[in-house]
Write a protein of this length. Structure first.
Lengths: 307, 556, 324
């Protein structure tokens, strides 16, 4: 790898650190922002996420090799990390660093989109159940059914329905099986908000149910939703990794962090770099999203300092 | 007791008691020639231990310790004639004419419950194997036998319909003899779920002990086995689905035998372990890239891509089979000269095949009109892209690896491959129904090509065992001639002609035939593997008394 | 109270029926078929057809569904296609193993989680909290199956302290004394339970930390502190009791996680439990086994949450009134 190729990821790291610091400076002007950054991991979380998102966006610019290129299937299989290949090569003599960068695109996209699906659905159901008492019983039974079915099992069965699962369907399937917890949280929040004075006032003034929901309830119920998003991304990434291990998921040769681990899972002793680096990437993103979730929870719900 | 004796008695009582206890401690466990416990890793699931209805390969290894055949192939695995077969349940045999075979059962053969084995059991077994209600996968394999009759309790007579050099093989290889007195009451259409299959009684060297669901199957040596008491007392099969975990068990000393290590990395790991020894023997499977010669939605029409012989030949020439093999298997496999496994004597590296020549492959495609008109890197012709789906099962790491390597190799030729990883059942279903373009298939073979080969490559197997839908009358004539050859040399020449025709038509690309490398704990002596059935000679393995370890000494 | 209970039980039964029906439809609709001999032998169509008829798969789907429900009503779960024995037997053999694994994992989860949560809360924002919190976060973020492979490698192969895979020792188990048998099972349970339990404990610890910190902020705690109650008694006697309530909900939510997370762990550790049985059944299209497992799993989960609800209602009367 040339010097320029080494400089590119370093630039990303610098960018991430800068972004984190700038965000902190800007946010600390407001009390919620100060509360957010009170957690030490929050700043690190922002930095990590910025790094990986930037990596995903700038993947073609920062990687010296095409992620699918098999460089030398006999001589360069599972090569240890070296100057030419900073993270080594995998079973097919493909550069791990390049695959990691392009894999970020797929993994983060799956994480974001599936979480979006899950949280949207969960919020809709949660609001409907919390606000409209008649729908509550039915919807909550549905949620119970959803929580009662073992998720991996359901995904196995859903995946089995297609001969070859297209990526959008995979995202949809993951989203459809992970919205239940969100709906419970949102419902609880909506139930609490319903009883509050300003909502009562709006109803007394004659506002229709939908209007009340949209203008008064939903904006204030944002807290559990945002927290769900943050935590959800992490869960989806781990789920995708598990599915890839079982042989389901993103189609080759497209890299995703999950299928990189799956490819190398049986060579953990002879070529640990093939699984450690994508595993580390997943762990870092999950950690970052969890830390951000904690920080967001704190930012939305003001609490006095602990003794 | 007099007072003056009591005190000294008390003084020695304590130590004497202690000494007595220590001295009287029983010397633990089994010692001698007939001890030994082998823990065997097995990857596949065992469905049922009743040979006619079992469909899983893993079950055969166990069932063959419990049930016997009349005779079995020898170490040379020659299936022609009867000179190279070894007697088992039958002590001797003779041909009264070219279509009648008489077996004389061993006088000391007994079922594990003590009842003698009689010719009635042989006739009963044949009847069950060929009964449509039992629905045995081996029914067609026994097609050349017309009747099996009982002349007297120790003599069974087989009559065949047509002459063939493999009549003896047909009679003995698949037919395991079952106890009529224990199975007669089971309704024939319920054999697939018969409780006997979970607690079988046979006449073989090992008797069934226990089957812990999902885990272990234990067999114990039959000390009265008429062909010689097995030296190893207990055999325990443990199901370990994950290959890495199975190898870990071997290296950690918790398992003694694994029939197949698969990858060079595993073989390396096992070779480094001081307590394990590796054994290499010919593999009995081969893997090939199957082309679907018929259209996906209408089997009467040719496939838009692979109906064209030149396209298939071009893809063959673009495949560097040796290099792919080296990448995946290292030194542990060979490139097959046809759809043959290493088991078959017709394996002949001199058989003519198309060469590896990417330039020629590109020229052939150009001549057929496949050019990259729109510059997207994929050839096209008349609006259609030279792209196809490649079916691969999710459970085979080797085939998944090959798929990715092939995808990249063909990309260089301007051919786009879409890898479709599906579950094994889906693969088999789609291959059977013809709903695929190309697939990576593995076939495991019997010791002789005649049984499965015709099914796989002729019109007789359409809609079933012939997934490529290859139908060539000229090839079928050559095949028929090869099947009739009486001696190995004549057979070799005839098979060579047939395979060379196949290699010209390229209904598939023969990718690899792996060597099997097995791992066995080094304390086990007299280890012999028969390539067609690695478990066949287990009863002759032994553990020398001075090599016994704790596991071997445990008394049951 | 009884009305509430009856209503909840009825809802639970309806949930289970919905789960079973959904599974039945999904698994029959999936491509691929049972009875195919595995991927190295060509399938003989006559044999496959015969097996389909023998197991009743040639009838139309609604008829099969009706027969299945009728069988359920009489307590028969059907015959497994792949194991060739009654489904009930197969599940009965696997359920205790899954329960053992889940129980051990839950023990590690809540036991360790509680202790760690206590430590984190009492040392909040100091070095110990940051370091341990970070480590726990990392543990929670690692894919479970990857952790399992590493754990197996380190403890099973390199150190050789614990056995590799399986629930019991294949050779000596039948010959052991009762105490020996228990010890053997515990040794085999250790690694898979630790893999599942540690990851869950990390989550529980952080949850507990937050809950405890929440309680410690309450006015009544401040009053007690002002009155001079020693810190340790404060935390253990007062705060902990209040912080335990949310744990009950967590327990209810953990159960399905353990059943599903267990699939990967069971595959790696060759643990003969329901997760592995389920995955194999789905892969091989063993319809009766798949639906029966869905049934059993949903019953266990629904019972678990019912139990959690009962405990919650017993502890907090407001819930009963509001939900009624």
């Amino acid at each position: 790898m040339t010097l320029g190729a080494w400089l590119a990821p370093l630039t990303l790291v610098v960018l991430a650190v800068l972004a984190a610091t700038v965000t902190r400076r800007l946010a600390e002007r407001r009390p919620a922002g100060r509360r957010f950054f009170r957690h030490p991991p929050a700043e690190a979380g922002v930095g990590i996420l910025v790094f990986f998102v930037a990596l995903a966006v700038a993947a073609p610019l920062v990687t010296p090799y095409h992620p699918d290129r098999q460089l030398d299937i006999v001589g360069l299989q599972h090569a240890a990390p070296s100057w030419a290949h900073p993270l080594g090569t995998d079973l097919y003599s493909r550069d791990v660093w390049s695959r990691l960068a392009f894999g970020a695109r797929i993994s983060l996209a799956i994480g974001a989109l599936a979480t979006l699906v899950a949280v949207t659905l969960g919020t809709l159901v949660g609001v409907a159940a919390g606000y409209a008492r008649r729908l509550d019983a039915v919807l909550m039974r549905l949620v119970d059914v959803g929580l009662a079915m073992p998720r991996l099992f359901i995904l196995l069965v859903i995946v089995a329905l297609w001969d070859q699962l297209p990526l959008p369907v995979l995202i949809l399937a993951i989203g459809l099986t992970t919205w239940f917890a969100t709906s419970r949280l949102v419902r609880a929040e909506v139930l609490r908000l319903r009883e509050l004075a300003f909502v009562e006032a709006a109803r007394a003034a004659g506002a229709g149910a939908v209007r009340v929901v949209l203008r008064h309830v939903l904006p204030n119920a944002v807290a559990p939703v945002v927290v769900s998003v943050a935590v959800g991304v992490g869960n989806v990434l781990l789920l995708e990794a598990g599915l890839s291990f079982l042989g389901i998921g993103v189609r080759p040769p497209t890299p995703s962090w999950g299928n990189m681990i799956a490819d190398g899972a049986h060579h953990v002793t002879t070529a640990p770099w093939a699984t450690v680096f994508p595993g580390l990437a997943i762990a870092l993103v999950v950690m970052a999203s969890t830390a951000l979730g904690d920080a967001l929870r704190d930012a939305f719900d003001p609490r006095p300092e602990a003794p | 007791m007099p007072a003056r004796l009591r005190r000294p008695l008390r003084r020695i009582a304590g130590p004497a008691l202690a000494l007595g206890l220590i001295g009287c401690e029983p010397r633990g466990g089994c010692t001698g020639e007939y001890c030994g416990t082998l823990v065997i890793n097995t990857a596949g699931q065992v469905d049922i231990l009743l040979p006619p209805v079992s469909q899983q390969l893993a079950a055969r290894a166990i069932a063959d310790q419990i049930f016997l055949k009349l005779a079995d192939v020898g170490p040379s695995i020659n299936t022609l004639g009867d000179a190279d077969f070894e007697p088992l349940l039958a002590e001797r045999w003779e041909w009264t004419d070219s279509l009648t075979l008489v077996f004389h059962l061993h006088p000391r053969a007994r079922w594990h419950d003590g009842t003698p084995v009689t010719a009635a059991d042989v006739a009963f077994s044949f009847d069950a194997y060929t009964d449509p209600r039992v629905n045995s996968p081996y029914r067609t394999a026994l097609g050349s036998i017309r009747t099996v009759t009982v002349r007297d309790p120790a003599t069974a007579v087989f009559r065949f319909g047509r002459r063939s050099p493999e009549l003896f093989y047909d009679a003995v290889y698949h037919l395991r003899i079952l106890p009529a007195h224990l199975l007669r009451e089971t309704p024939r259409d319920q054999w697939a779920t018969a409780p006997f299959g979970r607690a079988p009684v046979g006449s073989g060297p090992y008797r069934f002990v226990s089957w812990q669901a999902g885990q272990d199957i234990e067999l114990a040596a039959d000390s009265t086995f008429f062909l010689g008491r097995p030296r190893i007392r207990r055999l325990i099969w443990r199901g370990v689905p994950d290959l890495q975990v199975a190898v870990t068990r071997l290296v950690a000393g918790e398992a003694d035998v694994q029939e197949l290590l698969f990858t060079p990395a595993n073989v390396e790991q096992v070779r480094r372990a001081p307590h394990l020894a590796t054994y290499s023997y010919n593999g009995s499977v081969y893997t090939f890239l199957a082309f679907n010669l018929a259209a996906r939605d209408d089997t009467a029409r040719p496939h838009p891509l692979f109906g064209d012989r030149e396209v298939r030949r071009a893809l063959w020439m673009a495949t560097d089979r040796e290099r792919l093999l080296r990448s995946v298997f290292g030194e542990l496999a060979r490139v097959p000269p046809g759809p043959v496994s290493q088991l078959w004597s017709i394996w002949d590296p001199e058989i003519r095949q198309l060469p590896y020549d990417t330039a020629e492959a590109a020229r052939v495609l150009q001549r057929r009109g496949w050019r990259d008109g729109d510059g997207d890197g994929v050839r096209d012709r008349g609006g259609a892209r030279l792209a196809f789906g490649l079916l691969v099962p999710t459970t085979s790491a080797v085939r998944r690896q090959y798929a990715r390597l092939l995808q990249e190799a063909y990309r260089g030729l301007g051919v786009a491959v879409e890898i479709e990883e599906v579950e094994p059942t889906v693969l088999e279903e789609r291959a059977r129904a013809g709903r695929y373009d190309a697939a990576l298939l593995t076939r495991s073979t019997d010791p002789t090509p005649t049984s499965g080969f015709a099914q796989a490559w002729t019109r007789a197997g359409l809609g079933g065992p012939n997934p490529t839908r290859y139908a060539n009358p000229a090839f079928e004539r050559l095949l028929a001639a090869a099947g009739q050859a009486e001696r190995p040399e004549a057979a070799g020449a005839a098979w060579r002609a047939a395979l060379e025709m196949l290699n010209q038509d390229v209904p598939g690309i023969w990718l690899n035939a792996p060597d099997n490398v097995a791992a066995v704990h080094h304390r086990v002596a007299d280890v012999r593997f028969r390539p067609d059935a690695w478990w066949a000679l287990l009863r002759t393995w032994r553990i020398p008394p001075q090599q016994l370890i704790d596991r071997d000494r445990v008394e049951r | 109270m009884t009305v509430w209970l009856v209503r909840r039980v009825a809802a639970a039964a309806a949930t289970v029926l919905a789960v079973v029906t959904l599974t039945f439809v999904l698994v029959h609709a999936a491509p691929g078929a049972p009875f195919l001999p595995g991927s190295d032998r060509a399938a003989d169509p006559a044999v496959v057809e015969g097996l389909r008829r023998q197991f009743g798969l040639d009838r139309p789907l609604p008829v099969q569904y009706a027969r299945y429900l009728a069988g359920l009503a009489t307590g028969k779960l059907g015959m497994s296609f792949t194991l060739r024995r009654p489904v009930a037997d197969a599940i009965a053999a696997a359920v205790p193993n899954t329960l053992a694994l889940a129980a051990a994992a839950l023990l590690i989860d809540f036991g360790l989680g509680l202790l760690l949560g206590l430590y984190l809360a009492t040392h909040a924002r100091r070095a110990g909290d940051v370091a341990l919190g970070g480590a726990l976060l990392l543990l929670q973020s690692v894919p479970t199956f990857w952790l399992g492979l590493i754990v197996l490698l380190v403890f099973g192969q390199w150190l050789g302290w614990l056995p590799v895979g399986g629930a019991t020792d294949p050779v000596v188990y039948p010959a052991l004394t009762w105490a020996g048998k228990v010890a053997d099972r515990v040794r085999h349970l250790a690694l898979p339970a630790a893999t599942l339990g540690l990851v869950a404990a990390a989550g529980t610890a952080r949850f507990q930390r937050a809950a405890l910190l929440e309680v410690l902020r309450q006015p009544f705690v401040r009053t007690a502190r002002a009155k001079g109650v020693p810190e340790r008694r404060l935390v253990l006697a007062h705060a902990l009791r209040h912080a335990l309530l949310p744990l009950i909900t967590l327990f209810g939510l953990s159960f399905p996680f353990l059943l599903t997370g267990a699939v990967l762990v069971e595959t790696i550790f060759a643990w003969p439990g329901m997760g592995k049985l389920a995955a194999d059944a789905v892969f091989l299209r063993d319809y009766p086994l798949v639906t029966a497992i869905a049934l059993v799993a949903s019953v266990m989960v629904v019972l678990g949450s019912l139990l959690a609800d009962c405990l919650y209602a017993a502890a907090d009367p407001r819930i009963r009134v509001a939900d009624g």
